[in-house]
Design a protein around this ligand. Structure first.
Ligand code: C2E
Ligand code: CA
Ligand code: CA
Ligand code: CA
Length: 280
């Protein structure tokens, strides 16, 4: 710590110590939370831009902690990934999202727009029995696999390995796979050329976030031609304003997701939306 005067930096920083203790507490609580039924899923609409009609939903995990209230997935998912609990938690998500998708399939019929997109962490995907687990859940819940999509991040598709193999097997089995958060990591267009996915989700930082400046707009507008050429579907994430939606539509995007169209909501609220649009 050359150049840092005296006590500005020390090994036993009490704040660091408290943070470590806090993480340990949350980890212990997480392990208990599955058994205590503290998790639930919300669903955020993915819409068809030209009509603003629902095209599908993304399942998003929530944790209602008995004392802390709602804990954000950005906090507990990384913890669960580090401890390995994500495998069990991810299975819970798959199970519940598939059960919901099967219910909507029965209720609204095969052509209903309530297809369900499910987040899968890289660690979960790399489990040796992941593909079998998915198959088992699909046949037990009775959901049609055409009504599902799995969202993976680029860590899973970037390097050869069990995750990438799982993606190939899932797709060979008729499941659609989306590459989530595109543009946030190391991913390049050359990655995409070899990328075994059906759908690209363009990260919200390019659509409404910090990078949604001129450069971000140029990227978003040009990505669509690229995905069209590769027969990959594109979904723009994080659409918050009508202006953003208009620009995306002009650029050729057909699918979008964001607070403008709906926040993550309960299954009942999704049903209310579907019932409302069904009549029109
Ligand atoms: P994600 O997969 O990129 O999910 C989209 C996130 O963006 C969600 O945050 C959603 O609420 C938020 N979002 C959607 N539209 C807008 C918008 O217009 N503006 C803004 N500012 N935000 C918007 P959420 O639900 O807090 O989830 C955060 C992350 O946690 C997810 O990012 C995903 O990486 C992870 N996650 C959530 N559920 C699961 C799960 O079941 N399994 C795994 N492995 N990860 C999950
Ligand atoms: Ca996602
Ligand atoms: Ca995303
Ligand atoms: Ca994310």
């Amino acid at each position: 710590a050359k150049g840092l005067g005296g006590d500005r930096w020390h090994w036993f920083d009490p704040a660091m110590d408290e943070m470590a203790r806090e993480t340990a507490r949350l980890n212990a609580d997480l392990r208990r939370a599955l058994a205590d039924d503290e998790f639930f899923l919300l669903y955020q609409p993915i819409v068809d831009l030209p009509s603003h009609r629902p095209a599908g939903v993304e399942a998003l995990l929530r944790w209602r902690h008995p004392e802390r209230g709602l804990v954000a997935p950005d906090v507990f998912i990384p913890l669960a990934e580090r401890s390995g609990l994500i495998v069990e938690l991810g299975r819970w998500v798959l199970e519940n999202a598939c059960r919901q998708a099967a219910e909507w399939q029965t209720r609204y019929g095969g052509n209903a727009p309530a297809k369900v997109s499910i987040n899968v962490s890289a660690r979960q995907l790399a489990e040796p029995d992941f593909v079998e687990t998915v198959d088992e859940i699909i046949s037990r819940t009775g959901v049609d696999r055409s009504r599902l999509m799995l969202e993976v991040t680029e860590t899973a598709v970037l390097a050869p390995g069990p995750g990438l193999e799982a993606i190939h097997r899932l797709r060979a089995n008729g499941l659609r796979v989306a590459l989530d958060d595109f543009g946030t990591g190391q991913s390049s267009l050359s990655l995409l050329l070899n990328c075994p996915v059906d759908v690209l989700k363009v990260d919200r930082s390019f659509v409404s976030g910090n990078a949604a400046d001129h450069a971000g707009a140029v990227i978003v507008e040009n990505l669509i031609g690229f995905t069209n050429g590769l027969h990959i579907e594109a979904i723009a994430e994080g659409v918050e304003t009508r202006e953003q939606a208009g620009r995306l539509f002009q650029a050729g995007y057909r699918l979008a997701q964001g607070y403008l169209f709906g926040r993550p909501m309960s299954a009942e609220d999704i049903e209310a939306q579907l019932d409302a649009t069904a009549g029109t």
